[in-house]
Design a protein around this ligand. Structure first.
Ligand code: IMP
Ligand code: MG
Length: 178
């Protein structure tokens, strides 16, 4: 299946299951160095659930995992307004936390999350994202772990949605331009 229709748009295959597996496994290997810090993983819902699930299974050490839900996108545009509909309710003071994002585009969501989590006094905030759009990024924060940098294409699948659909596709597809 190399083309899919979601709502009114057509998407073409972009990142295969095999490539996703290798991206996630490589990131897990790099994260092994975090074990001594006993990091708390914070999964940003909804988009990061496939990525986080595969990444955390690929890690050789056990960790605490918590979920936060924030939304800025409407359709294919970042709305700019942040809506936090689920917060973590655990004490992260003096802990190393790792934010797990599906994709970082303008960085608005990440910036908001870093400010929000900083108020809970963690020792250190580490950031990781499966995908990164460097040409869209407008923030200063360094992203510590990047799975793959991509062009400013709109992508779906492996957790990522277009108006709530496309998330369950096991590969990543990008918007087809005709
Ligand atoms: P940012 O705040 O502009 O960095 O956008 C971050 C959030 O927007 C991500 O966590 C996604 O939920 C969503 N997003 C950004 N780019 C895409 C895309 O290409 N496809 C689907 N969702 C996206
Ligand atoms: Mg997201």
């Amino acid at each position: 299946m190399s083309l899919v229709q979601i709502h009114d748009k057509e998407f073409e295959l972009f990142i295969s299951k095999k490539e996703l597996e290798s991206i996630v496994d490589q990131m897990a290997k790099k994260m092994e160095s975090l074990q001594s810090q006993a990091p708390v993983f914070i999964v940003v819902l909804n988009g990061s659930f496939f990525f986080a699930s595969d990444l955390l299974k690929a890690l050789s050490f056990d960790s605490e995992v918590h979920f936060i839900k924030v939304k800025s996108y409407e359709g294919m545009e970042s709305s700019g307004k942040m809506n936090l509909s689920l917060d973590i309710n655990v004490d992260i003071s003096n802990r190393t936390i790792v934010i797990l994002e599906d994709i970082i585009d303008t960085g608005t969501t990440l910036h908001y999350l870093i400010n929000h989590l900083q108020e809970k006094n963690p020792k250190k905030i580490i950031t990781a994202s499966l995908l990164f759009k460097p040409n869209a990024y407008k923030q200063e924060h360094t992203i510590d772990f990047i799975g793959k940098s991509i062009e400013n294409d709109f992508v779906v699948g492996y957790g990522l949605d277009y108006d709530e659909l496309g998330r369950t596709l096991p590969q990543i597809f990008k918007l087809k331009h005709d």
